[in-house]
Design a protein around this ligand. Structure first.
Ligand code: AMP
Length: 178
């Protein structure tokens, strides 16, 4: 399947929801995509094939990154590590805080969740401003691992997340750029 085929599948099974969860946001709802067996399989297979043999563990960003990330990990025969919002993980954690439009947010992983030196495939559903992704890269590096790939299903071009990551020498692959 070509990257155009995948982009077409994603775009056909994506729902645009205006003004959700707040006024002015065009929410990209991936629930129709994950509910459709063939589309979900195609998206997961494509993400897995792009990294097969080149990563040691898969990390997914809460919450929809868990759905895609865990499925890709299973497909690759690898383990899965959740990048969670603050306060959800028991035991010792590594934390990174980052700025939101209003206020700030913190994400965490288990301090011993990823062996030092691991090549991590990081996954999320949507790349918007790139703030969450940049924090997740920092978090993975903080525990001594490296992000060997960062894949999202959808990239929102108008919010320039890709440019923000690139200024820090980081790359992203999006199945659909809109
Ligand atoms: P950002 O940090 O601005 O790149 O936002 C990325 C995170 O917020 C991802 O975990 C997405 O799931 C979520 N997100 C941001 N904007 C949208 C959107 N328009 N539709 C769906 N999810 C979004």
């Amino acid at each position: 399947m070509t990257s155009q085929d995948i982009a077409q599948i994603v775009s056909e099974h994506l729902l645009d929801v205006p003004d959700f969860p707040e006024e002015g946001v065009l929410f990209k709802d991936v629930t129709p995509l994950i509910a459709h067996a063939e589309a979900f399989n195609a998206v997961i297979g494509d993400m897995a094939d792009r990294h097969r043999g080149e990563v040691d563990v898969v990390a997914g960003i809460e919450a929809r990154g868990f759905i895609f990330g865990a499925a890709v990990a299973h497909e690759l025969g690898l383990g899965f590590v959740p990048v969670r919002k603050a306060g959800k993980l028991p035991g010792q954690t590594a934390k990174v805080s980052y700025q939101l439009e209003y206020g700030s947010a913190t994400i965490e992983i288990k301090a011993d969740g990823i062996p030092v030196g691991s090549r991590v495939l990081l996954i999320d559903d949507v790349l918007a401003t790139g703030g969450t992704a940049a924090a997740a890269f920092d978090l993975i590096e903080q525990v001594g691992a490296q992000v060997a790939g960062f894949d999202v299903v959808i990239e929102l071009l108008s919010l320039s997340g890709r440019d923000r990551l690139r200024t820090a020498g980081r790359e992203v692959h999006a199945q659909l750029s809109v």
